[in-house]
Design a protein around this ligand. Structure first.
Ligand code: HEM
Length: 512
């Protein structure tokens, strides 16, 4: 109990400190911190920031809605302290960096078994329900053994041949669904908040790749269990962020609503994943490998017989949970940006039309001919990254900005802050996909999916799914924005729009 009191005190100190620092500090621009002025290596204890026992105020943090503004607070901290700062956040301590060159030093020191910040709420749930950790939560040799097997089935370039036809089918069905909605509206257009539709598209896509089967989410009648799964994922992310600073064990002990909701969310996610997995397992035994069709990631892993069934189940569930909000939110932001930039939208449409003509409709070939569409997705993730930061516990001592950082320290690269830093990106506030076409200055700047052996396992699926979606949408609809409304993001473990984004979809071909 005394440990808990100490932790709460720490949270209190950290959060209050954030809002009580003198205003003059705020005016120091990034890059002009003391660190830059000296060439001698300075000790860890001299890194600027709020990591000492400051007087803290958790109440203030809550009052200022700090949980939802984490990305903006981080950006402000870089403006205050310079390109490196140290802080104590609740019960964890970290060093934060922003420069691409420093990111390169960080990832060189990530060691053989790269380790991220552990999301205690997620591991607490697994421990509470006695469920195995999947690749997302495992560490060390256990992680590596599973990850190496999964890499071959999920992220190696060869997997695209299997994934693309499945994803293309979902993309076509999405277009048909939108046409139907337009027809039903009787207005030759459809104005809506697309987020629910995009969740369905993302879940249908990832499930079709994982299970080699469709869930049927593009149909009029939707399985209530699949709909419940989507709601559970959103709830799971939403309830995680408050538990980043308050130990889940404490919340569990006092029966806090946030913990109960979190458990309910994961229960829903696991039971839907369990249902899908059992279904495929049963079918596989009946068919006994007679089908020539690609059977999906799950069946491939079962047939490979290199991971235990419990390990497969744990990682498949994590892939399913990680594969919905991440891509759907990125697609929503991309449509929002395209609606704000009609000329750019036309340029992308022209690129897609040329790619279709050159590749005679072969989707795998088309994906090689759409650099601007790929740039648009990178640009979306620069301005609206899914992850606010990338983190590593460094395996070796390193020197960043002339400060010594000892091995074992948690170092975070501020992705959101880096994406908006004028010293890293020219006119960062502008949405310019073409900046990614120039090959020179991208050194450690495109890190939205992480880096190295611990990077996003779903990257190949996510990229193909999003590119295919944009191809189909650009070929069929013009996207427009209703009013001149700026939408900001809010932190719910991943960054999501703070309010609904209302878009209008108009068919390009009137015969539809
Ligand atoms: C726009 C889409 C997505 C973005 C921006 C994204 C971003 C990330 C990032 C930044 C990480 C941490 C990487 C690191 O620490 O270096 C990560 C990890 C992970 N992502 Fe994604 N992700 C996306 C979509 C997906 C999808 C669709 C799936 C599943 C199909 C997925 C599954 C995972 C898994 C399992 C991990 C943990 C890998 C490990 O620890 O070995 N992600 N993702």
């Amino acid at each position: 109990q005394s440990l808990t009191t100490l932790r709460l005190f720490t949270i209190f100190s950290w959060t209050c400190g954030r809002f009580l620092f003198p205003t003059w500090i705020k005016t120091i621009p990034i890059g002009l911190s003391m660190a830059r002025c000296s060439s001698i290596v300075r000790p860890f204890s001299e890194i600027p920031g709020l990591w000492k026992n400051g007087v803290a105020n958790l109440y203030n943090f809550w009052k200022l809605d700090g949980f939802r503004n984490l990305h903006r607070i981080m950006l402000q901290n870089f403006n205050t302290f310079g390109p490196i700062y140290r802080e104590k956040v609740g019960y964890y301590e970290s060093v934060n960096i922003i420069n691409p060159e420093d990111a390169a030093i960080l990832f060189k020191a990530e060691g053989h078994y790269p380790k991220r910040l552990r999301v205690e709420a997620w591991t607490s749930y697994r421990d509470y329900r006695n469920r195995k950790y999947g690749v997302l939560l495992k560490d060390g040799e256990d992680w590596r053994l599973n990850r190496v097997i999964l890499n071959k089935e999920v992220i190696s370039p060869k997997t695209l041949e299997n994934f693309v036809p499945l994803l293309d089918e979902v993309g076509q069905d999405f277009v048909a669904r939108v046409h139907k909605k337009i027809k039903r509206s009787g207005q030759k257009q459809w104005t809506t908040d697309l987020s629910q539709e995009l969740f369905k598209y993302a879940l249908e896509s990832v499930s079709s790749v994982l299970y080699g089967e469709r869930l049927g989410l593009m149909l009029d009648y939707i399985d209530p269990e699949a709909q419940h799964f989507i709601e559970c994922i959103t709830l799971m992310f939403k309830t995680t962020s408050p538990m980043l600073y308050i130990p889940p064990a404490l919340l569990r002990q006092i029966g806090a609503k946030v913990w109960r909701d979190h458990v309910e969310a994961w229960d829903g996610i696991f039971s839907q994943a369990d249902r899908c997995i059992h279904n495929i397992y049963r079918k596989l035994r009946q068919e006994a490998g007679t089908s020539k069709k690609y059977p999906g990631v799950l069946a491939s892993l079962l047939m490979l017989d290199k991971m235990s069934i419990e390990d497969i189940k744990a990682s498949i569930t994590e892939l399913m949970a990680g594969g919905v909000d991440t891509t759907s939110v990125t697609l929503l932001w991309t449509l929002y940006e395209l609606a704000r930039h009609p000329n750019l939208q036309e340029e992308l449409r022209a690129e897609v039309a040329a790619a279709r003509a050159e590749s005679q409709g072969d989707m795998l070939e088309m994906l090689k001919r759409i650099p601007l569409v790929k740039g648009a997705l990178k640009e979306t993730l620069r301005l609206h990254p899914v992850a606010v930061s990338l983190q590593r516990y460094i395996a070796d001592d390193i020197i960043i900005q002339n400060y010594h950082i000892p091995a074992g320290t948690l170092v975070q690269l501020g992705l959101y802050a880096m994406g908006r830093d004028p010293k890293v990106f020219f006119r960062p506030e502008q949405y310019q996909p073409s900046r990614w076409l120039r090959t020179e200055k991208h050194y450690f700047r495109s890190l939205s999916f992480g880096f190295g052996p611990r990077q996003c396992l779903g990257r190949r699926i996510a990229e193909a799914e999003m590119q295919i979606f944009l191809i189909h949408m650009l070929e069929n609809f013009r996207v427009e924005k209703q009013r001149h409304v700026e939408v900001q993001s809010t932190f719910e473990l991943i960054l999501v729009p703070e309010k609904p984004i209302i878009l209008t979809l108009k068919p390009l071909h009137t015969s539809q």
